[in-house]
Design a protein around this ligand. Structure first.
Ligand code: ATR
Length: 277
């Protein structure tokens, strides 16, 4: 009677999630099975519903990765407030006919920053590069940490300005800082304590037209992409910043999902060490 979980994506062969969750399960003594499922582009909902039906009551949840996070948002019959703010869902829980959608990406980033990298966002000047889905998913969790400022800079300035406006007027939300949206030229003469690259530029080795002066002394530069040295990381290293890639965020968002499903919080440090090895 093993509970079943899966990660849905396309492509999915590269996914580290089955390995991470297997390590969490072994560490916490949880009896679960976690598999990777490739869903065809227009068959995400069908694939999830088939997984639930075939599980005969043992399918408990799923992770969702590129390109289905927005579709998972629509598939969910109930959503948490952080999933609402992100406009995307990376964690589904199946409970008595309901599909609950959550988003643990932002919490994963904040946990990686605070617990693994010793970089508390509170009081820091934060620059978020990019205004797509990856950026959107982390804005609310970062704002809730009360940074000194949060600037969203994007190649297409309009998208950053609109995103900042949207997060500047969240109803009923205890956020003190209003984000500011700018284009890359607006970065001239400004510097930050934490620079997070949420663009997909690193995936194609594209160099961002951002000034080196954006890295303040003792800056932490965080690349959300993992498994490769991106031009952003090279630029940050050359500027003397402390550099991290997105592997910690991947492990931490998985731990948050595992906690939601199983009620047990796994230790992430040994898993991160195993992934790095
Ligand atoms: P994701 O879900 O990974 O965030 P996305 O929604 O397609 O993907 O967003 C990609 C982000 O990376 C956008 O902010 C995009 O900038 P634009 O809004 O101007 O398109 C940014 N991006 C991608 N390639 C880039 C490049 N070569 N230089 C600068 N920004 C880039």
């Amino acid at each position: 009677m093993t509970d079943r979980y899966a990660v849905f994506g396309n492509p999915i062969g590269h996914s580290q999630s089955p390995r991470i969750h297997a390590l969490f399960a072994a560490q916490t003594g949880q009896d679960i099975c976690y598999e990777a499922i490739l869903a065809e582009p227009d068959e995400f909902a069908t694939a999830v519903n088939a997984f639930i039906a075939e599980g005969k009551g043992l399918a408990r949840g799923a992770n969702v990765t590129v390109p289905f996070k927005e579709e998972a948002y629509r598939l969910a019959t109930r959503r948490t407030s952080r999933a609402e703010a992100a406009g995307a869902v990376n964690t589904l829980s199946f409970e008595a006919g309901a599909i609950i959608g959550d988003n643990t990406d932002g919490a994963g980033l904040v946990r990686d920053l605070k617990h693994n990298l010793g970089c508390d966002p509170t009081g820091r000047r934060i620059l978020l590069l990019g205004a797509g889905g990856a950026a959107r998913g982390v804005i609310l969790p970062l704002l809730l940490e009360n940074p000194a400022e949060l600037v969203i800079a994007n190649r297409t300035e309009d998208t950053a300005v609109r995103l900042a406006l949207e997060f500047g007027r969240l109803p009923g939300c205890a956020v003190k800082v209003k984000p500011e949206g700018i284009g890359f030229p607006g970065l001239a003469g400004r510097s930050f304590d934490l620079v997070i690259n949420a663009t997909s530029a690193g995936l194609s080795n594209a160099v961002l037209p951002t000034p080196t002066s954006m890295f303040a002394p003792d800056c932490v530069a965080y690349e959300m992409v993992y498994g490769r040295e991106t031009p952003f990381m090279l630029q940050a290293r050359a500027a003397g910043a402390r550099v991290a890639d997105g592997l910690g965020m991947l492990v931490e968002q998985a731990a948050e999902s595992f906690f939601l499903w199983r009620g047990v919080r796994p230790l992430t440090a040994p898993v991160l060490a195993a992934m790095n090895a």
